[in-house]
Write a protein that binds this ligand. Sequence first.
Ligand SMILES: Nc1ncnc2c1ncn2[C@@H]1O[C@H](COP(=O)(O)OP(=O)(O)O)[C@@H](O)[C@H]1O
Ligand SMILES: [Mg+2]
Length: 266
Amino acid sequence: MSEKNRRGTLITIRDLSRTYHDTNYTPVHALDAVNLDIEKGEFLSIIGPSGCGKTTLLRLLAGLDRAEEGSIQIEGKPILAPGPERGFIFQQAALYPWLTVEGNVGLGLKARGLFRARRQRVGDLIRMMGLAGFERSYPHEISGGMAQRAAIARALINAPEVLLLDEPLGALDAFKRIELQALLLEVWRETGATFVMVTHDVDEAIFLSERIVIMSARPGRIAKVVPVPLSASERDRGSERFLRLRTQILEELHLAAARPEPEWGL
Ligand SMILES: Nc1ncnc2c1ncn2[C@@H]1O[C@H](COP(=O)(O)OP(=O)(O)O)[C@@H](O)[C@H]1O
Ligand SMILES: [Mg+2]
């Protein structure tokens, strides 16, 4: 789909492990020796059973957390902290309730310069997200879908190279979700950015992505990487190839979830 954007590997993850300790100091192996290359400009989805380390992996990519072992690099540089080249969106939009839509969207703008230029950038994104007319509304005055649109605009404010999305549409009803899936696809095509999205919705993963990473239950590992070789027309949720791919992924997920947890098996 985005062959024009392909310029090789952007993010390299090598033998990445992250262990938490619960309140009894029992180790919880959230990620165990994860290896993955993320290509420039691709739309990658991550899917897997609850608790398999998807959010942990995304937080490491965002630079909000550090791994004990292994490395995670963007264009050869280790990810140690958040940076303007990486935007992120989490399930709950988490807009600041005391700021308007405009205020929230413009909050992280790094570019200095003219007030007017800043206003322009915020205004453009608000229009792109279909929020024109709601610039001065507060989060409690808009719907969940609109709040999520504002969160997407906020994440795009610094024109990031990578967008990290953790179940961004998980809290929305089916109609809103389909609407926002189309919007995400449009944003991906227009920005040429690399999208890494966690989802628990198989159809969503197939509809949006070029590759789907299936993770297995604890300790979180990559069980399989499934390419989505569908053309735009085959992304129709009723097409035969779509349905075949869905069956394949559901089977893989079933296997991934059924794997025993070695940490308890001793
Ligand atoms: N801060 C933390 N302290 C202790 N355990 C954690 C912490 N964050 C996550 N975990 C555990 O690590 C595992 C992976 O969590 P997470 O990455 O949130 O999974 P997912 O997003 O796939 O549902 C889970 O078992 C979770 O309970
Ligand atoms: Mg999660």
